[in-house]
Design a protein around this ligand. Structure first.
Ligand code: G3H
Ligand code: 13P
Ligand code: ZN
Length: 306
C-alpha cells in the first residue's frame, strides 16, 4: 500500500529543498510510464488526472486505474485531481480514494477564490485528503509585460490566501503557461525574485504549473517523422533548477509526456508499416514517456527520496 498524501511527500521536500514530480495521465500507457519511472528512480511521485482526462477515459475507468496503480506501487504515490474547478468533482475524487485535490479558483476574484477553496479544504480535511490552491493566473505567451505583472502572484496576497483557506500547497504564477508554446522569446525568464518573496512570506510548499521543458530532442524526433510543431518554447533546465532551489516543491508536467508519446508513435508507425498490434506499437511511446519522467525526477532532486 503506497498511497501518500500531498502533505506526506511535500513536507519532506520543503524541508530538504527538492521538488516532487507531478505528471498527468489519461490512459494505461502514461500511468505505467509514470509509476515505473518513479520506481526506477526510487522517488515519490504525484499521479495527476484532470477533468479533460476523465472526460476522455471515463471517470470510473481512470480513477480505478490510477488508484490501483498507485496502491500497488513500490514508492509513495499521491493520487491527485489536477485543476479541479467544480466542488462536485472534488467530492467525487475524494470518494474515489484520491489523497489530494487541487481546487483551482484562480480565475475568480480573490474573495470568491478564498470562499470556494475553503469549501474544498473543509470537504477534504474531513477525509485526511490534501488540498492545493492557486492564486494568480498562469499567463499565456501573448501577454504583455504590463498584464504579466497583474497576472503574477502577489506575495502578500499569497499569505492572506493561505491563512484564510488552510490549503496545504500553493500554485503560483511566476511566468509559466500551459502547453508547448510558453514564451515568445527563448531567453524569457521566470520571476524568481517573486518566487523567493512568496516562499519567504508563506514558507509553504509551492507548486509550478506549466513547467514542461519541451525537450529539443523529442520535438526534433517528432518533426523527423512528420510532426508539424514549430516555434515551441519550454522552460529551460537551468530555470527549473533555479525555481526548485528557490522554493518550488511540486512541478507539473503534461505537455512533455504528450510530445514523447506522439513522437515515438510517429516513429514506430513509420518504421513498422506492417505492424498492427497496438501493444507493440505503444511500447516505444511508453518507454520514451518513462525516460522523460526519470529525467525530470533527477532534475528536480527527488531521486532516492521515496
Ligand atoms: O494543466 C492542464 C493539464 O495539462 C491538463 O490538460 O485539461 O487538456 O487534460 P487537459
Ligand atoms: P505543461 O503544459 O507545461 O506540461 O503543464 C502541465 C500542468 O501544469 C498540469 O497542471
Ligand atoms: Zn496546470
Amino acid at each position: 500500500m503506497s498511497l501518500a498524501t500531498l502533505v506526506d511527500v511535500l513536507t519532506k521536500a520543503n524541508k530538504e529543498n527538492y521538488a516532487v514530480g507531478a505528471f498527468n495521465t489519461n490512459n494505461l500507457e502514461t500511468t505505467r510510464a509514470i509509476i515505473d519511472g518513479a520506481e526506477a528512480q526510487d522517488a515519490p511521485v504525484i499521479l495527476s488526472t484532470s477533468l479533460g482526462a476523465f472526460n476522455y477515459a471515463g471517470f470510473d475507468n481512470l480513477a480505478t486505474l490510477a488508484y490501483k496503480a498507485a496502491q500497488n506501487a513500490a514508492v509513495p504515490v499521491v493520487l491527485h485531481l489536477d485543476h479541479g474547478t467544480d466542488l462536485n468533482l472534488v467530492k467525487k475524487c475524494i470518494d474515489a480514494g484520491y489523497t489530494s485535490v487541487m481546487f483551482d479558483g484562480s480565475h475568480f476574484p480573490f474573495d470568491k477564490n478564498v470562499e470556494l477553496t475553503k469549501k474544498a479544504v473543509k470537504m477534504a480535511s474531513e477525509k485526511g485528503v490534501s488540498v492545493e490552491g492557486e492564486l494568480g493566473t498562469i499567463g499565456g505567451a501573448e501577454d504583455s509585460v504590463a498584464s504579466r505583472e497583474i497576472l503574477l502572484t502577489d506575495p502578500q496576497k499569497a499569505v492572506e490566501f493561505v491563512e484564510k483557506t488552510g490549503i496545504d500547497a500553493l500554485a503560483i504564477a511566476i511566468g509559466t503557461s500551459h502547453g508547448a508554446y510558453k514564451f515568445t522569446h527563448a531567453e524569457q525568464q521566470l520571476d524568481i525574485r517573486r518566487l523567493s518573496a512568496i516562499k519567504q512570506a508563506t514558507k509553504m510548499p509551492l507548486v509550478l504549473h506549466g513547467a514542461s521543458l519541451v525537450p529539443k530532442e523529442i520535438v526534433e524526433l517528432g518533426q523527423s517523422f512528420g510532426a508539424v510543431i514549430g516555434g515551441v518554447q519550454g522552460v529551460t533546465e537551468s530555470e527549473l533548477k533555479r525555481a526548485v532551489k528557490n522554493g518550488v516543491n511540486k512541478v507539473n508536467t503534461d505537455t512533455d509526456l504528450r510530445l514523447a508519446f506522439t513522437a515515438a508513435l510517429r516513429q514506430t508507425l513509420m518504421k513498422n508499416p506492417r505492424e498492427f498490434d497496438p501493444r507493440k506499437i505503444l511500447k516505444p511511446s511508453t518507454q520514451l514517456m518513462q525516460k522523460v519522467v526519470e529525467d525530470r525526477i533527477r532534475l528536480l532532486g527527488s531521486s532516492g527520496k521515496a
